[in-house]
Design a protein around this ligand. Structure first.
Ligand code: TDO
Length: 200
């Protein structure tokens, strides 16, 4: 994690934190505490647009998982999805992998601990594989997507693909609990990948 930048979007302040993957961002919305608790504008279309991030999301998903569950690494072909991920309760280790051929970060991954105790969002653009491991008793994960669910385009890369060398924090968790579908995931070398990276 490198540079921290603060952008002003009207009255609202969003801290944008660069990550080892140039197009993946951690976002910390401003919180307004008072004697009742706190308030925050977690997402505004115009604020995101001012940051060069998508203004429109078409779907919001929530999943609940118990400790040791690993979902991923998922992406969609045909109708791609950018994802804005937030943890409502519990703690996960969230992973993004750049799958865009030609990208400077192609084949690179980054992992982030996200917890319901912090107001933090992770922005993962189209063309990335996404997955997470639940490291707390349970976790509620909420994410908006820029594209609709498109089952025909669903793809999965194995969480344990040795070419990716993802350092999942599995200490004390043992073998992760994955779905039957994820167990049939592809190795990246054999996977049908998203469209090539387009430099901005
Ligand atoms: C993802 C999704 C699933 N479903 C259904 C299909 C299935 O019956 C059930 C569970 O689906 P899955 O096993 O694919 O759910 P899950 O393994 O949680 O899939 C999700 O994983 C994370 C890591 C992502 O990044 C998401 O984009 C999505 O791929 O929910 C929908 O109706 N809409 C959706 O958008």
């Amino acid at each position: 994690m490198t540079i921290s930048m603060v952008y002003l979007c009207d009255h609202s302040v969003m801290r944008v934190i660069d990550t080892p993957l140039q197009d993946v961002k951690l976002l910390r919305p401003k919180q307004y505490p008072d004697e009742r608790g706190w308030f925050s504008e977690v997402f505004t279309g115009k604020g995101f647009s001012a940051l060069g991030l998508p203004e429109h999301f078409v779907q919001e998903n929530q999943s609940y998982s118990s400790r040791g569950v690993l979902r991923g690494l998922h992406y969609q072909l045909g109708k791609q999805q950018g994802k804005l991920v937030r943890v409502l309760s519990g703690t996960i280790w969230d992973v993004a992998v750049d799958l865009r051929p030609g990208s400077p970060d192609f084949g690179q991954w980054a992992g982030f601990e996200l917890t319901g105790d912090e107001l933090e969002l992770l922005w993962i653009p189209e063309g990335f594989g996404h997955g997470f491991l639940v490291t707390s008793e349970s976790a509620n994960v909420l994410y908006k997507t820029t594209g609709y669910y498109y089952p025909a385009g669903e793809r999965c890369i194995r969480w344990d693909d040795p070419s990716l060398k993802i350092d999942w924090p599995l200490e004390g968790l043992g073998v992760p609990n994955i779905s039957a579908k994820d167990a049939t995931g592809s190795y990246m070398s054999q996977a049908e990948l998203p469209p090539a990276y387009l430099p901005k």
